[in-house]
Design a protein around this ligand. Structure first.
Ligand SMILES: CC(C)(COP(=O)(O)OP(=O)(O)OC[C@H]1O[C@@H](n2cnc3c(N)ncnc32)[C@H](O)[C@@H]1OP(=O)(O)O)[C@@H](O)C(=O)NCCC(=O)NCCS
Length: 152
């Protein structure tokens, strides 16, 4: 894949960013989360979130963490900004910060047909540790969830 990466700024965000993250989420996923749901999530003491911007916000990631483990709850890059290593740089930044919080293990779950996300996680060194058969519904079909883990 040809990569033209752009300079981005990555900052940690909290409940004040709920509306923005909910708008970004809605532009990245078929079914969005309301600003209220995002606000509840960002208010939890176990939540950690980062926002990537390049002139305008372009990506985000939200974790739930209780040392020594954390889980990626959601991650997205705006469609027009994909394949410029925004998600990879967001995760690398987040992992550095999480290591400082004594996080040693990252978990996540991904739909097996989500080739972009699966490719991202494999590139970052995640390994599959299990599956949930027929976990997701995609139209009239079912797809497995793949469970991944990364030792930081
Ligand atoms: C998954 C997602 C976050 C990737 O974001 P991105 O910023 O485009 O990813 P990056 O540019 O950082 O890609 C990093 C690596 O991931 C892999 N990757 C990214 N997109 C890919 C694709 N379409 N197919 C295969 N691998 C892909 C590649 O290994 C890539 O490295 P490379 O560019 O050196 O080949 C983005 O596609 C997205 O927002 N999808 C919709 C929301 C979603 O599905 N989130 C994940 C839920 S589990």
């Amino acid at each position: 894949m040809t990569v033209v990466s752009c300079p981005i700024e990555i900052v940690g965000v909290g409940p004040e960013a709920a509306q923005l993250l909910s708008e970004l989420h809605a532009r990245c996923f078929a079914s969005g989360w309301s600003s209220i749901s995002m606000q509840h999530l960002l208010h939890l003491p176990t939540t950690a979130a980062w926002l990537a911007s390049n002139a305008a916000p372009c990506g985000f990631v939200v974790f739930s963490r209780v040392p020594p483990e954390a889980e990626i709850i959601t991650i997205g890059t705006l469609p027009a900004r994909r394949n410029t290593q925004i998600a990879q740089r967001l995760l690398s930044h987040a992992f550095t910060q999480l290591r400082d919080e004594r996080i040693e293990l990252i978990h996540l779950e991904v739909r097996e047909g989500n080739t972009a996300a699966v490719g991202l996680y494999l590139k970052l060194g995640f390994r599959e540790v299990g599956r949930r058969p027929n976990y997701y519904s995609v139209g009239t079909e079912r797809e497995d969830a793949r469970l991944f883990r990364l030792q930081l």
